[in-house]
Write a protein that binds this ligand. Sequence first.
Ligand code: EPU
Length: 342
Amino acid sequence: MQVQYRTDLTPYNTFGLTARAAAFTALKQEEDIYDIVRLPEFDRQTVLWLGGGSNIVLTADYPGLVVHMENKGIRELSRENGVVRIEAQAGEVWHDFVLHTLELGLSGLENLSLIPGMVGASPVQNIGAYGVEVKDVIHSVRCFDLEKGEFVELSNADCRFAYRESLFKQEGKGRYVITAVVFALHEQFRANLKYGDLTAAVAAICADREPTAKDVSQAVCAIRMSKLPDPKVLGNVGSFFKNPVVAAADAERLRQEYPDMPVYPQADGSVKLAAGWLIDQCRLKGFQIGGAAVHEKQALVLVNKDRASPKDVRQLADYICRAVADRFQVELHSEPNWLPSV
Ligand code: EPU
């Protein structure tokens, strides 16, 4: 097990913030974990298991050990009644895995095309887009349980998935290291085109013929590329804020004042609002503090315009939260993890 010290993390976070890890190593295969937990630098409380770095904001140098998840491999586990269980190791690149399943003729991940990051991070915040959340297709998650010192399989229910939430962000934080994810995909294409402009985007690709899972993936990629900046070109972490969920009465009060405001009623009676819309209404598209800015095309995304410092990002995020709270009395919460935690 090779350990590096004072490692530059700039290439390991898609926002492109500059910070160093006190110690750094890579997990290349599942079994490496036994060596990692025995390293003198290892501390269960402070270790950071890092995937694609597409959902973190580095606020300072990382004082602990960073473990980059690099374990690869995809295998089919079973095929029964049209359902195919397929396991992907945590270090597989998410979008490449999605494309791989589409090449196999499977359906289930097409709406989640082009999301940055690695497979192992997908259950943590229950990634979601265009009407699908990854919880809808996860069968189970293979983890190393640091408390018990052994590998465990957590079922979908064990993971307590909710909107951008899971066990891994709550009680399980610091306990489970996700090493692989098992997905339950379908041999038959099951269209999920309910979300906004997806139906039209798919129709534009297919004209008169019946759409396939690959068509949906292509449409999702086209929509994402038109709205979301490519992290390789302009540093970002996707949505910077969660869409806030408010009480029905608060949503109603706002709707009376802003009849065009998008609202997404939830099963429990609460209402999800569009953070991007709220920020946009505050006329903040393009607004910049230091090197950090609100993306010109999508107000929910903050971008690294010009060597942004962690302080620029923090000030910009605070400014946005205050502006939205002053105007709408709605509290925004950031979606990526701030590290070291603040
Ligand atoms: N809107 C604006 N101005 C903006 C941005 C959005 O008016 O600058 C409006 C849109 O017109 C639309 C509504 O707000 O009526 C929602 O916008 P959009 O459909 O673009 O989706 P979103 O709520 O901004 C969520 C996810 C994205 C996911 C898309 C598509 C969250 C926090 N974000 O964004 O996820 O790709 O839906 O399903 O739930 C991510 O998590 O990193 C991410 C990109």
